[in-house]
Design a protein. Structure first.
Length: 278
């Protein structure tokens, strides 16, 4: 059984994790109607294309290779343009969905006539005990409201988003960071926009603290991207001055806290390795 959902998966040199992501889509208790895989000018585009072609046709898979690397926003926009279904759901090639993600989110979207929804996301499933507990609980989770203030208070993952295609806008391709935040703010600022937050973890990733130069660079990039996004939003009249000031203030406070948390987590993760060497 399938539902009226197009899954958009951007990929860039992600052939090593793509199968895991696709397996999580094919393992859904309610299947989407189509998967649109957009390769963003990868070196391993041919391999990713072969992986996509190896899956059975119970879900339509379209592989769209871009001629050159343009960034995740351009890849997602290509997927949005190609989508044929009423609802869009987004998944990164290195993340996964819980088994009942689509079933729960689609039924909430369609039964409540929502334009937009998102749910909780676990950044590192290897650190989450009983990670599959939520996916085995098929009762409807509790909901909370979403407004244009919500993204200013919380960092949410695009992997949790489902949106009605007719009410969607394109991602800002000029932003390499903060493009998802900018999109959420623009959508949720619309008058009469119907949105809800699903209070259950239905997706996750495998963002290890070890070796990720990673992580501190991500924190810096996220901070710079958020500040730039806020400036662009206020200049375009998409947010109020109160929201802009609040966003600048909270981001200024959050940045050193994030940096400290990443540093502490990295040290804790490395401690057992150092102990074993000694």
């Amino acid at each position: 059984m399938s539902c009226d959902v197009s899954v958009v998966i951007p990929t860039y040199n992600s052939s090593g994790t793509l199968k895991r992501a696709l397996d999580s889509v094919y393992g859904q208790s309610l299947l989407p109607r189509e998967i649109i895989l957009v390769d963003d000018g990868s070196d391993d585009a041919e391999l990713s294309g072969r992986i996509a072609a190896s899956y059975p046709d119970r879900i339509s898979i379209r592989f769209i290779p871009l001629a050159r690397n343009q960034g995740v926003s351009a890849a997602r926009n290509a997927g949005i343009s190609a989508a044929r279904c009423r609802y869009l759901a987004f998944l990164d090639a290195d993340d996964v969905w819980y088994t009942d993600k689509i079933a729960i989110q689609y039924r909430i979207m369609s039964s409540r006539n929502l334009d937009f929804s998102m749910h909780r996301y676990c950044h590192d499933l290897t650190r989450l005990r009983r990670a599959n507990q939520d996916s085995n609980d098929r009762c409807f989770p509790s909901l909370s409201s979403l407004s244009s203030w919500t993204p200013l208070l919380r960092n949410d993952s695009t992997n949790s988003v489902m949106v009605r295609k007719e009410s969607m806008v394109f991602y800002d391709t000029s932003l390499r960071r903060g493009e998802d935040f900018t999109l959420y703010m623009e959508l949720l600022s619309r008058h009469g926009y119907r949105a809800a937050y699903i209070k259950r973890v239905l997706a996750g990733g495998f963002k290890s603290t070890i070796g990720a130069s990673g992580l501190s660079q991500d924190v810096k990039g996220m901070h710079a991207g958020r500040m730039l996004a806020l400036r662009k939003l206020i200049r375009a009249g998409k947010i109020s001055m109160a929201q802009y000031c609040f966003g600048i203030w909270t981001e200024t406070l959050k940045y050193p806290v994030r940096h400290l948390r990443v540093s502490l987590r990295s040290r804790m993760a490395m401690s057992p390795l150092v102990a074993r060497r000694v």
